[in-house]
Design a protein around this ligand. Structure first.
Ligand SMILES: Nc1ncnc2c1ncn2[C@@H]1O[C@H](COP(=O)(O)OP(=O)(O)OP(=O)(O)O)[C@@H](O)[C@H]1O
Length: 375
């Protein structure tokens, strides 16, 4: 992967009447990167991909591919391949014929075609299946045929729209690894659409999280996880999602927040620990506990204030309804503006918040104005 942009979207918008597809999108995809467009249904992921493919035309803005203006280029002129959820295989053609179909259309010479087919079959583990029809293959094998078709095309850019959604969970896991290995081996630039955050987090060099036709946040999976730019990103990325509590839930107990009504507090499950009566920051009652082998996820109900999930090592036996105390390090707390959802500076030292307040009173400074953001 290099920093040179291979695909660039500049101010791209697409509407159908009152229906918004994407809104003034700027995106830069580095050459050789695996970029995942992530977001809830209807946020504009497929529209973005179809615009890059040339299957939709933008209302405004520019699309550059490999430095060339491709805004009005036909799909064939864009030198890219596509892999869809539906595989799009011809049922009456064999695996081999399906794979080389596009090469025949492009009038690639037979020797070259055969050599590329051999390589694609080997890379996707389909040797021995050449003569089967798609109907005689499993879902995973059909998806590999679709991948092989992208491989033979030898295009530097591959667009994938939810390619794994027809596969069961176990197969999804292995095909995910195969796709990533193949992409690295071929040094292809891949733009991949999914609404599954696990897929995005495990596969991507760069995640582009979308909401309502716009980019909410983009960056490495670790960046999105560690420093979500908004409460939406905090809640969408990570499993379990970050717990979000109104500032009042914690302020009522600690008195730490100058304006608790105005903030949302975010805590990752691994930041929350069980605590005794003396060092507990809050108390909750156990709603459910899920034992997963190496760890137990405990969901605690905060009276009238939502839920908080704690990830505890090993097997922790807590019966529903029991009351437990919880604590965390203040440096691990994420703060968001309650109204806009935007990230606020962190809270490494809660005492700093009340530094200027007379004892027993709450400071009137805006959230975070006294505390330096922790990296
Ligand atoms: N041809 C169309 N005509 C009208 N509206 C459309 C058209 N295509 C997409 N849209 C609208 O654009 C918005 C974005 O759709 P898009 O398919 O890009 O979302 P998505 O994020 O890929 O969703 P999903 O995960 O459900 O596929 C949606 O509100 C959708 O209804």
């Amino acid at each position: 992967m290099t920093d040179t942009p291979f695909v660039q979207l500049q101010g791209i918008s697409k509407h159908w009447g009152a229906s918004l597809g994407v809104d003034n999108l700027d995106l830069s995809v580095p050459r050789g990167a695996f970029v995942v467009l992530l977001g809830p249904s209807g946020c504009g992921k497929s529209t973005t991909l179809r615009l890059i493919a040339g299957l939709e035309e933008a209302d405004s803005g520019r699309i550059l591919i490999d430095g060339r203006d491709a805004t009005y280029a036909s799909p064939a002129e864009r030198s890219l391949s596509m892999v869809f959820q539906s595989y799009a295989l011809f049922p009456h053609l064999s695996v081999a014929e399906n794979i080389v179909f596009g090469l025949k259309v492009r009038k690639i010479a037979r020797d070259d075609r055969d050599a590329r087919l051999k390589r694609a079959l080997a890379l996707t583990g389909l040797e021995g299946y050449e003569d089967r029809k798609p109907g005689e293959l499993s879902g995973g094998q059909r998806q590999r045929v679709a991948l092989a078709r992208a491989v033979v095309a030898d295009h530097p850019l591959c667009l994938m729209d939810e390619p794994l959604s027809n596969l069961d969970a176990k197969l999804r896991h292995s095909v995910r690894q195969e796709i990533r290995a193949l992409q690295r081996r071929l040094a292809m630039t891949v733009i991949y659409v999914t609404h599954d955050q696990t897929e995005a987090m495990t596969m991507a060099d760069m995640v582009v999280l979308m909401k309502n036709g716009r980019i909410e946040q983009s960056g490495s999976p670790a960046a999105l996880y560690k420093r979500p730019a908004t409460s939406f990103a905090a809640n969408f990325v990570g499993s379990p999602p970050m717990s979000l509590l109104p500032g009042t839930a914690v302020a009522a107990v600690t008195g730490h927040f100058p304006d608790p009504e105005a903030v949302t507090i975010g805590l990752r499950a691994e930041s929350v620990r069980l605590a005794g009566t003396h060092d507990a920051i809050v108390h909750g009652s156990v709603r459910q506990s899920e034992f997963l082998g190496a760890e137990t996820f405990v969901v605690l109900e905060m009276p009238g204030e939502g839920t908080l999930t704690a990830r505890l090592a090993g097997e922790v036996d807590l019966s529903p309804g029991s009351s437990v105390g919880l604590a965390w390090d203040w440096a691990d707390v994420h703060l968001f503006d309650r109204e806009s959802g935007n990230r606020l500076p962190g809270l490494s030292d809660p005492a700093a918040w009340n530094k200027s307040a007379p004892s027993g009173e709450v400071a009137s400074t805006a959230p975070g104005s006294c505390a330096a953001e922790q990296e």
